[in-house]
Ligand binder design. Sequence first.
Ligand code: FES
Ligand code: FES
Length: 159
Amino acid sequence: MSKHSIMVNINGSDAEYEVDSSDTLLSLIREKAGLTGTKQGCNTGECGSCTVLVNGKPVNSCLMLAVEADGAQITTIEGLSANGLHPVQQAFIDAGAVQCGYCTPGMVLAAKALLDSNRSPSDDEIKRAIDGHLCRCTGYKKIIDAVKIASKKLLEEGS
Ligand code: FES
Ligand code: FES
């Protein structure tokens, strides 16, 4: 298996990693960068729990090779709370949209990406944004409510 040296920016910090050609971005994030807030569920692109933002777009990190992330800016759930909880994270708490929490990092990052591009999404747009994310315990209504609370807060803040 061939080795590659890649440079990535994770949550604002540049770092160089030695990866195998078959390593996934998920394994880089969890095992090499030690950022275990990114969850591993199905490992086949079906649950969304491994979602991170790559250059601002949500990506199933279990399906992306680490070498493909060379030069990318990656945001994991840890990157959202460097200065306290992000409004989307707080909204998930306020809406009671977190139970076991396994899906939550991926859901929060999908919601953030949506709100970054559309501060006032419709219910259908929210549903589409979290379409690839499975939650086995909370149910989706509270998660949709959370995204709406975050939308309102961000609009109020004008941020
Ligand atoms: S672990 Fe990547 S989509 Fe399920
Ligand atoms: S809160 Fe448990 S899977 Fe969503």
